[in-house]
Design a protein around this ligand. Structure first.
Ligand SMILES: C[S@@+](CC[C@H](N)C(=O)[O-])C[C@H]1O[C@@H](n2cnc3c(N)ncnc32)[C@H](O)[C@@H]1O
Length: 275
């Protein structure tokens, strides 16, 4: 291997180790290419020359770490992201969920909450919301606070409305928020059964007896070992016939869990625990 590249890889490993030891966030098993890009982005933004110089700043400046954390925990999301996924959820999962008197749903890596409010709307329209407890978790407390507030920029509403319609929405999307001049506030009734909390998939443990876990567009940032750890965590957190939903570029195929989950809607990455 080229000497410079090897040295840069060592610097990066040491940086991730320092983040873990000093702040408790474990990025050591994230996909290297994406971590490298994010670190490089922060390096340029801060006008630093090397990752070792970044290491020093990281150890002595908490606000620098907070900026880096936001870079590393890519938070892109939207309401009814991949509308065909929500349509499949309505058509192929809801009827099974209706068989339960009480439901527990976990949104892992919920970011700023758009996905959680989408599920809350779907459950409401299907008459399931009142018997459901939703746990919405993320490792990043800043995005979690935004999720809890349920306030979104109005500029995105046109696209969210289109997504909602394509996802099989039964009402007018405007029934679910109050518009103020540059933002919208999601209806309070959607938050009633949502518990937002801090949870790190790399280091924390199970959430018990879930009927449905949605963890979409999160595993893509992890390496194979961490993906397997998290899939085991989901397996252990699901009840016997619970559902697992992943993002469109993620799959349980090629993981250690090909036999412990079966396809429900393969193309939408909806799986079910096999016993
Ligand atoms: C790209 S967003 C996906 C948001 C949403 N699930 C969606 O599909 O639109 C990825 C989220 O995963 C969170 N995340 C990354 N690593 C995590 C970890 N180890 N534990 C919990 N959340 C994590 C990030 O903070 C970020 O909010």
């Amino acid at each position: 291997m080229n000497d410079d590249i090897e040295t840069q890889n060592i610097e990066l490993q040491l940086l991730l180790q320092a983040i873990y030891v000093k702040y408790g966030y474990d990025f050591r098993n994230y996909a290297k290419a994406s971590i490298k890009r994010r670190v490089q982005h922060r390096l340029v933004k801060e006008g630093l020359d090397t990752v070792s110089a970044m290491q020093h700043k990281l150890l002595y400046d908490v606000s620098f770490f907070e900026r880096l954390l936001l870079d590393l925990s890519i938070n892109v999301t939207e309401m009814f992201r991949d509308p065909s996924f929500y349509l499949a959820l309505r058509k192929s999962v809801v009827a099974k969920l209706k068989q339960h008197p009480f439901l527990k749903i976990w949104h892992a890596g919920c970011s700023t909450g758009e996905e959680v409010y989408s599920t809350a709307i779907l459950l409401k329209e299907e008459g399931l919301y009142d018997r459901t407890q939703i746990y919405a978790t993320d490792m990043n407390e800043i995005v979690l606070k935004q999720a809890k507030d349920g306030i979104f920029n109005i500029s995105k509403l046109k696209q969210y409305t289109a997504n909602y319609q394509k996802a099989g929405g039964l009402e007018s999307f405007s029934n679910y928020y109050m518009a103020h001049y540059d933002h919208v506030v999601m209806d309070k009734s959607l938050k009633k059964n949502i518990l937002f909390s801090d949870h790190n998939l790399a280091t924390d443990s199970v959430f018990g007896e879930m009927n449905l876990i949605m963890c979409r567009n999160v595993l893509i940032y992890f390496n194979r070992d961490l993906q397997n750890r998290v899939l085991q965590l989901f397996y252990d957190s699901l009840c016997g016939d619970g559902f697992l939903c992943l993002g469109s570029k993620e799959s349980i195929r090629f993981s250690d869990h090909t036999d412990t989950f079966e396809d429900v809607v393969r193309e939408e990455r909806i799986y079910r625990r096999t016993g």
